[in-house]
Design a protein around this ligand. Structure first.
Ligand SMILES: *[C@@H]1O[C@H](CO)[C@@H](O)[C@H](O)[C@H]1NC(C)=O
Ligand SMILES: *[C@@H]1O[C@H](CO)[C@@H](O)[C@H](O)[C@H]1NC(C)=O
Ligand SMILES: *[C@@H]1O[C@H](CO)[C@@H](O)[C@H](O)[C@H]1NC(C)=O
Ligand SMILES: *[C@@H]1O[C@H](CO)[C@@H](O)[C@H](O)[C@H]1NC(C)=O
Ligand SMILES: *[C@@H]1O[C@H](CO)[C@@H](O)[C@H](O)[C@H]1NC(C)=O
Length: 311
C-alpha cells in the first residue's frame, strides 16, 4: 500500500511599499485567519526580497519617486513582479519607463492577470424577501469631494439639477460626511449619482458598490458602457446616463420611476437573489494573488505596460 502525499506550496507575497502610505498589520497568518485562504504569507519586509515568490509594486509611489524598483538586486528567476493600480489611466503617469519589467498586472480591469474589483455581485442561497423602502425624504443625492468643471460628471450634474433637486454632500460643497453618516444620508434619497470621476474601461468603484448598493438606493451611473455594468452588477439594478439623449429625459424617467410603484420595485428585485460584496482591505486583495496563483500565466512580461493601461 502506498500513500500519495500532496505538498501544497506556501506562496510568499512581498508588498514593496504600502499604497498611499497607509499600512495594515501583517503579523500572523492574515490570509488564513481573516479570509480563510491557506498557504499564503504576506510580508512588507523588503529584506525578504530574495525569497519572495511574488513582489507587488503599487504604481503611484513608483511614478512619483516615493519608492523605486529594486533593479540593483538579483531577481530570482522564478519570482514574479506585479504591477498594482486601482486608479484609472488618467491618474497613472510615467508608465513607459516600467515597460518590460512586470510579469503580471493587478487591477479593477477584468482582463488584468489578477482582477481585484471594488465590489462584486454574489448569488444568494436563500430568498430573504427584501422589501423595497419607499419612505424617503429626498429624490437624488450625490457625494463629491473633487469637483472639476471639465469632467463629464460635472456637466451632467449641472444640467440635471435644472430639472430635479439634487442634494450634494462632500468636501466640494463643504458638507463632508463621516464614514458613519455616509450610507444613512444617502439612504434618505431614492437615487444616488454613482458618477465616476473618469470614464475608463471597467472603472467602476465604491461609488456604485458601497455608496449606492449598500445604502439600498437606485444608482444612476456614469462610467464605462452599459454592457460593462450589466456584466458585473446585479440584474436590473441601475439606470445608465448614456441611455438618455438629454438630461431632461433622464429627469423625466426618474420622476416616472418614483410615480410608478411597479417600475420602482423592479430595481429592487435583485435583492432577493443577489447580494453585494465590497473590497476595501488591501490584505484581502493581496491574498487573492494566492487564490489565482495556480492559474496565472508563466513567462509573461508586460513589454508595453503603457499601451496595456491605456488601451
Ligand atoms: C475554509 O476553506 C476551506 C477550504 O477551502 C473550506 O472547506 C471551509 O468550509 C472554509 N471555512 C469557512 C469558515 O469558510
Ligand atoms: C526582515 O527580514 C530579514 C531577512 O529575513 C530579517 O532578518 C529581519 O529580522 C526581518 N525584519 C523584521 C522587522 O521582521
Ligand atoms: C513623472 O516622473 C517625473 C520625473 O521622472 C516627475 O517629475 C513627475 O512628477 C512624474 N509625474 C507624476 C504624475 O507622478
Ligand atoms: C417615514 O418617514 C417619516 C419621517 O422620516 C417617519 O416619521 C415615519 O415613521 C416613516 N414611516 C415608515 C412607515 O417608515
Ligand atoms: C518576469 O519578467 C522578467 C522581465 O522583467 C523576465 O525576465 C522573467 O523571466 C519573468 N519571470 C517569470 C517567472 O516569468
Amino acid at each position: 500500500m502506498s500513500y500519495a502525499v500532496v505538498f501544497i506550496k506556501n506562496i510568499t507575497i512581498l508588498l514593496w511599499h504600502w499604497p498611499f502610505g497607509h499600512s495594515y498589520r501583517l503579523s500572523g497568518d492574515k490570509c488564513l485567519t481573516m479570509f480563510n485562504i491557506s498557504h499564503c504569507s504576506l510580508t512588507d519586509n523588503t529584506s525578504t526580497f530574495s525569497t519572495a515568490d511574488v513582489v507587488v509594486f503599487h504604481h503611484q509611489e513608483l511614478s512619483r519617486g516615493l519608492s523605486s524598483l529594486p533593479l540593483h538586486l538579483d531577481r530570482p528567476a522564478s519570482q514574479h513582479w506585479v504591477w498594482l493600480s486601482m486608479e484609472p489611466p488618467v491618474n497613472n503617469a510615467n508608465l513607459s519607463r516600467f515597460n518590460g519589467l512586470f510579469n503580471w498586472t493587478m487591477s479593477y480591469r477584468r482582463d488584468a492577470d489578477i482582477f481585484i474589483p471594488y465590489g462584486k455581485t454574489i448569488m444568494k442561497r436563500d430568498d430573504l424577501g427584501f422589501q423595497a423602502v419607499s419612505n424617503r425624504s429626498c429624490l437624488v443625492s450625490w457625494v463629491v469631494s473633487k469637483y472639476r468643471p471639465q469632467q463629464a460628471r460635472a456637466g451632467i450634474y449641472e444640467s440635471l439639477k435644472k430639472y430635479i433637486p439634487i442634494e450634494v454632500y462632500g468636501k466640494w460643497n463643504k458638507k463632508p460626511l463621516s464614514d458613519k453618516k455616509l450610507l444613512p444620508t444617502i439612504a434618505k434619497c431614492l437615487f444616488y449619482l454613482s458618477f465616476e470621476n473618469s470614464e475608463a474601461k471597467d472603472y467602476i468603484t465604491e461609488k456604485l458598490w458601497r455608496n449606492a448598493f449598500q445604502a439600498g438606493v437606485i444608482p444612476v451611473v456614469l462610467g464605462p458602457s452599459r454592457a460593462t455594468y450589466e456584466a458585473v452588477a446585479p440584474p436590473h439594478s441601475f439606470i445608465h446616463v448614456a441611455d438618455f439623449k438629454h438630461t431632461a429625459d433622464l429627469a423625466t424617467y426618474l420622476k416616472h420611476v418614483i410615480a410608478d410603484r411597479q417600475t420602482y420595485e423592479m430595481y429592487f428585485k435583485w435583492h432577493r437573489t443577489h447580494r453585494i460584496k465590497t473590497y476595501t482591505d488591501w490584505r484581502e486583495r493581496l491574498c487573492q494573488i494566492c487564490v489565482k496563483y495556480p492559474n496565472l500565466p508563466v513567462n509573461k512580461v508586460y513589454q508595453d505596460l503603457e499601451r496595456w493601461v491605456n488601451n
